[in-house]
Design a protein. Structure first.
Length: 303
């Protein structure tokens, strides 16, 4: 008697991501996984670890460090790589500033977020990485939805959304010449809700910032920014205490938080299920530069 097993939606997404990780490991010489300590990169690293278990992860992880991160994120990053025994490559924006490769913005609204592109591309060149795993999802921002799972980047690390390869029947084309590379997005078909449901099912640990906690914040441009050494409070902006959580984590100067009473995973799942705004649209100031802000940066080599 034959038995048919039906995978849940979440397990189908996991199986697809596992397939992508193994495809890259078999096809490329020097992959690397971008790991910021944010929820998407944590899930991506978790799936990658399952894909090759019980063997160790066959590639290093890379953090593009602006130097303006919230302390909880860096602590979580270091604890995670130590626990998994993986090699961490840090692409430091501060090093590029000190070396004169980039010029730091000045003023009360200054951010290092755009400078990450230079550090990322430098680290890719120095490490001779030919495949770079990223945690982008199609529901984050409209420019993300133009990506393929295998996203071709030219010798300058740039992305041409009109010159991407078809991926019919989940067949991926990783062909590239020396100096070029492929950005690989194993979570392309996931949503924010999928991420949180997977975190709940797998009992994945995340930075405490993702859950409701009390901290000092102030409002700017319709967002709540956390008070930190990297953010200047402008005249007329009032600092107050609120119970908040972060939906996405990035440079402290441009990543907002939201008022929330979601203190655990189940509450976050319920909150995300009822949300009608993407996390980047609601809490990332860098995505509000222009209608095509993200796409313009991706063309330059951004994540």
């Amino acid at each position: 008697m034959s038995v048919t097993y039906e995978l849940s939606h979440i397990r189908m997404l996991e199986a697809e991501a596992v397939h992508i990780f193994r495809e890259v490991a078999a096809s490329f010489e020097r992959p690397v996984l971008l790991f910021s300590g944010g929820k998407d990169s944590v899930v991506m690293l978790h799936v990658a670890s399952k894909a090759f278990w019980p063997a160790p992860l066959p590639f290093p992880v890379m953090h593009v460090d602006t130097g303006h991160n919230l302390a909880e994120v860096i602590e979580f990053r270091d604890q995670t790589v130590d626990r998994l025994g993986v090699r961490l490559v840090v692409a430091s924006v501060q090093e590029d500033i000190d070396a004169g490769r980039v010029s730091e913005e000045t003023g009360p609204r200054a951010s290092r977020n755009r400078l990450q592109t230079v550090s990322l591309l430098r680290a890719i060149r120095e490490g001779r990485f030919d495949a770079v795993f990223g945690g982008a999802r199609r529901d984050e921002e409209k420019a993300r939805a133009k990506e393929r799972v295998f996203s071709f980047r030219d010798e300058f690390g740039q992305w041409d959304p009109k010159n991407q390869r078809p991926e019919l029947w989940s067949l991926y084309n990783g062909a590239h010449r020396r100096g070029e590379h492929i950005r690989v997005f194993p979570l392309s078909n996931w949503t924010e809700l999928d991420i949180w449901q997977y975190v709940a099912e797998e009992e994945i640990e995340l930075p405490s910032l993702y859950y409701a906690h009390e901290r000092e914040v102030f409002e700017r441009d319709g967002m709540l920014l956390a008070l930190s050494p990297f953010v200047s409070v402008l005249e007329g902006e009032e600092v107050f205490r609120a119970t908040v959580r972060f939906r996405t984590i990035g440079d402290a100067t441009c990543t907002g938080c939201v008022e929330s009473a979601a203190f655990d995973v189940a509450a976050v799942v319920a909150e995300v299920a009822g949300s009608r705004l993407t996390e980047r649209g609601a809490t990332r100031a860098d995505d509000r530069i222009s209608e095509s802000g993200m796409e313009d940066r991706k063309k330059e080599g951004y994540f």
